[in-house]
Design a protein around this ligand. Structure first.
Ligand code: NAP
Length: 333
């Protein structure tokens, strides 16, 4: 099969399109023919080597964290899927590789594809929707009537998180730049702040939850828009001790990671708010709940551009620009 390979870590390193052996399935695996994949900043960060200590992929490896496709083979112990099922997934860490013709995944990471979506639309969903779910449902336990500030409402995570938060009954504030204000409002956000012209800290007060996806300065300001007892959940760091436990990191790394978030945790404590870092994980069961929300029209995909498979490198560069409006998708078939 054809696949886009990382041969060497590095910002300047290119992906290489090569013919490689088909994946071999384990007894709980499904083999999926990739119809479509989508690009995440995590792909670039992994290729650049930024995650090498946490997720030490041994080169050469196939990149790609989102897939929609059709099951072509199942392992002996697979019980929830059959050959021919249309599925989508964010494969688990250490088992990534959706920029390819085929991928083998544990069935626990897979869900049936929403019926009303095309393969391209479906591939745009798993990583960002699971991130939104794990932040707003699992960590924040966001309730009807609460106020949530979701940064970067025009991004991959933001577009889905806004729709999920509205479904949960929250009042949603978000940030984006001038050109995106109107269509982000149309996604359901109640308050849209143009970050080029206004400072969210002067507008938002007494929030229950902030989903932070930006830099350290934004993180610090976010602490101040929360009410006492509020929750600051960051997907852009710094990592907290719970994350080091989840990733089963050795003690030197645990120490370093703990120190990275020490200041933030201290400030959060002073403000009487809770700080936590989220590194999303694969989870087929949660994805099946997202399938139901999509099929009932509650969550809609937002796609900026679709690139042909051969242009995967260009798709990655486009995402790295930080200007994507929703998701960037790769059409494999
Ligand atoms: N920890 C995790 O599990 C996890 C999971 C998913 C994503 N992430 C991280 O979360 C971040 C966001 O991911 P993403 O996929 O949503 O990114 P993305 O789709 O690439 O974000 C692009 C969007 O961000 C907006 N943006 C850029 N700077 C902004 C600012 N200062 N304020 C508000 N909006 C701004 C841009 O709008 P304009 O063009 O209008 O500026 C653009 O629409 C990334 O760092 C990613 O690595 C982490």
């Amino acid at each position: 099969m054809k696949a886009f390979i990382v041969d060497r870590y590095g910002k300047k390193e290119k992906l290489h399109l090569r013919e490689i052996a088909e994946p071999v399935i384990k007894e709980n695996d499904v083999l999926v023919q990739v119809y479509s994949a989508s690009v995440n900043l995590l792909d670039s960060k992994i290729k650049n080597g930024e995650f090498k200590l946490i997720l030490p992929y041994k080169t050469p490896f196939v990149l790609g964290h989102d897939v929609a496709g059709v099951i072509t083979k199942i392992g002996a112990k697979v019980s929830h899927f059959k050959v021919g099922d249309e599925v989508y997934a964010r494969p688990a860490d250490h088992r990534i590789g959706t920029f390819a013709g085929l991928i083998a995944m544990n069935e626990a990471d897979v869900a049936l594809k929403p019926k009303r979506l095309t393969m391209e639309e479906a591939a745009s969903i798993p990583l960002v929707a699971l991130t939104a779910w794990q932040a707003l449902v699992e960590k924040a336990d966001l309730k009807k009537g609460q106020k949530v500030f979701i940064q970067a409402g025009s991004g991959g995570v933001g577009t889905i998180a806004i729709q999920l938060a509205k479904y949960l009954g929250a009042t949603v504030a978000t940030t984006t730049s001038t050109a995106n204000v109107e269509w982000v409002k149309a996604l359901g956000a109640d308050i849209v702040i143009d970050y080029k012209k206004e400072d969210f800290e002067t507008i938002l007060h007494d929030y229950d939850v902030v989903l932070n996806s930006q830099d350290a300065k934004t993180l610090e300001k976010s602490l101040r828009v929360l009410k006492p007892g509020g929750k600051l959940i960051s997907i852009s760091g710094p990592p907290d001790p719970a994350f080091t436990e989840e990733m089963r990191l050795g003690w030197p790394l645990k120490m370093v990671m703990g120190l990275l978030s020490f200041g933030t945790r201290k400030k959060a404590k002073r403000q009487h708010v809770d700080y936590s870092f989220l590194f999303m994980r694969a989870e087929g069961y949660q994805l099946s709940k997202i399938t139901a929300l999509i099929d009932s029209g509650i969550i809609n995909p937002v796609i900026d551009k679709i690139f042909p498979f051969e242009k995967t490198e260009e798709a990655l560069t486009y995402v790295e620009s930080g200007r994507a409006k929703g998701k960037v998708v790769i059409k494999v078939i």
